[in-house]
Write a protein that binds this ligand. Structure first.
Ligand code: MN
Length: 193
């Protein structure tokens, strides 16, 4: 099976209140595309040739895991945003966040800290645990919480390539800006997927 770069439901200029078109052109157009290309080359002739990305994340190691997980993680990340995003979650997601973290602002603070304090390259995740509660986890490099049995709901990419063109070393400013584009409807829909 040939993996493909997903088509995004917005233009490269659309997220400018947090992510510039230049960053989109590199992060989506070059980095994400390269993970797709690398994966397609690596799986040829292996048992993962026809495997889904989820199977690759759960079962592969080394370069196939790294590139497969990075394809999945980036698609999930880019699909979490919308030019009309921001604001606050509602419905079941709002109730779960209040139950786990006290309030939306306390949740955002904790999630932001997880993203800012992650050493090196990686991802901060909001996940649904098997017991139905929420958690915030940090994953290094290509790490993905599916591997720990968690359901991913939201992720912030904190590899430097995600923010360096726009924010240089100011990772905290990038993290803060991302809240302005989070598509909470998409995040909530992931609870039941
Ligand atoms: Mn990235």
């Amino acid at each position: 099976m040939i993996h493909e770069l997903p088509v995004l439901p917005y233009s490269t200029e659309a997220l400018q209140k947090a992510i510039s078109s230049k960053t989109m052109e590199f992060h989506y157009g070059k980095h994400h595309q390269t993970y797709v290309n690398n994966l397609n080359n690596l799986i040829k002739g292996t048992k993962f040739e026809d495997a889904s990305l989820e199977t690759i994340i759960l079962e592969a190691d080394g370069a196939i895991f790294n590139n497969g997980a990075q394809v999945w993680n980036h698609t999930f990340y880019f699909m979490s945003f919308s030019p009309t995003g921001g604001g606050e979650p509602s419905g079941q997601l709002l109730e779960l966040i209040k139950k786990q973290f006290g309030s939306i602002s306390e949740f955002k603070e904790k999630f932001s800290q997880a993203a800012i304090s992650l050493f090196g390259s990686g991802w901060a995740w909001l996940v649904l645990r098997p017991d139905g509660s929420l958690d915030i986890v940090q994953e290094s490099n290509a790490g993905n919480p599916l591997r720990s049995g968690h359901k991913p709901l939201l992720t912030f990419d904190v590899w430097e390539h995600a923010y360096y063109l726009d924010y240089q070393n100011r990772r905290a400013d990038y993290v803060s800006a991302l809240w302005n584009i989070v598509d909470w409807g998409t995040v909530e829909s992931r609870l039941s997927k």
